[in-house]
Design a protein around this ligand. Structure first.
Ligand code: GLA
Length: 376
């Protein structure tokens, strides 16, 4: 074949190969990228609609969550730090997986099968969020469990028998999945080799107008809960399930966080604002809408669905401007809100509350879905 012709044949073959490839219209693979994050790793999950979630295996922390606003502009809507160091030095559980026991256990004590267990007191006279070195401060092992449908990250942590005072070797698996329906789904699974108690949750602080952009008081919140668990002066539930009707705790219709937060209500005073567990109408057991939050400036909407019986609605009352977060932004009073799906605080000491006991041979399974949308 003359030289010129053979070149033409080659060029033709190349064009054909390229166009064939394109014509197959293969779906763009949903992506999960791994990058260093101090001595840990950062896993970035992206979907096809511009939503991106970054998670580190240190504490299972959701480091950033970028979601478009009503104009399509992405914004990071969770409080946190740019570096691992920030989380290690000082973090009020920003974005972390909380365990073994999310929220408080009165006086750090509980009895199980007639045996007394005692835990570190790290919140006045109570134990909070798993103790001195809870699941938010340990290194989890990570595995990419993405499918062709969605990127997914599975984190595993084996907590030794007796760790932080809790009985049983507890193996916990937490899987973050980002779907094209704009859902960040968190699946929890746990097994034990001895009877134990646990209450796993995620402690993300959201600000749907963008992290560091101001307080969250204008966010409109709906909680699918006709009752809440009032607390004593140290934020331990009294055991009562109280009707929200006629109180500042009624979020059964969408209400701005700031509308009643400064009322002279004894429960609000004890919590320094909202920092309480709501009793979800669903009763737990199957996935149901627990909360819906709308932020008027950005138009962003967050829906939280869960199969848990309770939700801790905390509005960053302890943030006081002493923390400089991402980009050096100062996180002031009530700059973020948390919706911690959970069993009720202090359940190991409150027999009337849904049980938090896990026994060998059982597998605890829980799921919480964060679904994002925009409203005009
Ligand atoms: C939970 C608690 C709050 C506070 C925060 C962390 O939401 O209920 O009282 O401890 O965690 O600062």
């Amino acid at each position: 074949m003359p030289r010129k012709l053979s070149w033409m044949a080659l060029a033709l073959a190349f064009i054909l190969t390229v166009s064939c490839r394109n014509s197959k219209k293969e779906p763009v693979m949903t992506a999960m990228k791994k990058q260093p994050f101090g001595t840990a790793d950062l896993y970035v999950l992206a979907n096809h609609n511009g939503v991106e979630a970054a998670i580190t295996n240190y504490g299972g922390i959701l480091v950033s969550l970028k979601v478009p606003d009503r104009t399509g502009a992405p914004g990071d809507i969770v409080l946190g730090y740019d570096t691992l160091d920030g989380y290690i030095k000082q973090s009020p559980y920003f974005g972390a997986i909380v365990g073994r026991y999310g929220n408080r256990i009165a006086k750090g004590r509980f009895a199980l099968n007639g045996k007394e267990y005692s835990l570190a007191l790290n919140d006045g006279e109570n134990s909070l969020h798993g103790g001195l070195k809870g699941f938010d401060k340990v290194m989890w092992s990570a595995r990419d469990v993405s499918t062709s449908q969605a990127p997914a990250l599975e984190l595993t942590y084996v907590s030794k028998d007796g760790e932080e005072g809790y009985p049983g070797t507890l193996t916990s698996k937490v899987t973050y999945t980002l779907t094209d329906a704009n859902e960040l789904r968190i699946d929890y699974a746990a097994t034990t080799d001895k009877d134990t108690v646990l209450n796993l949750t995620n402690h993300s602080y959201f600000n749907l107008a963008g992290e560091g952009s101001g307080d969250v008081l204008a966010h409109e919140v709906m909680l699918a809960a006709g009752k809440f668990t009032p607390v004593n002066a140290t934020l331990i539930p009294t055991g009562e399930l109280k009707d929200v009707k006629g109180t500042p705790f009624d979020f059964t219709t969408p209400t701005a966080i700031g509308a009643r937060v400064n009322e002279k209500d004894e429960q609000l005073i004890r919590g320094r604002g909202y920092d309480h567990n709501w009793v979800l109408d669903s009763g737990g057991g199957s996935l149901a809408l627990a909360a819906r939050v709308y932020e008027p400036k950005s138009g962003r909407v967050l829906e939280v669905l869960t199969d848990q019986p309770g939700i801790q609605f905390y509005i960053g009352n302890f943030l006081d401007g002493s923390i400089k977060g991402k980009g050096g932004k100062v996180y002031g009073h009530r700059y973020g809100f948390c919706l911690e799906t959970q069993h009720f605080p202090d359940s190991p000491n409150q027999p009337a509350f849904p049980s938090t006991v896990l026994r060998p041979g059982q597998t605890l399974r829980e799921v919480t879905v964060h679904k994002f949308a925009v409203e005009k």
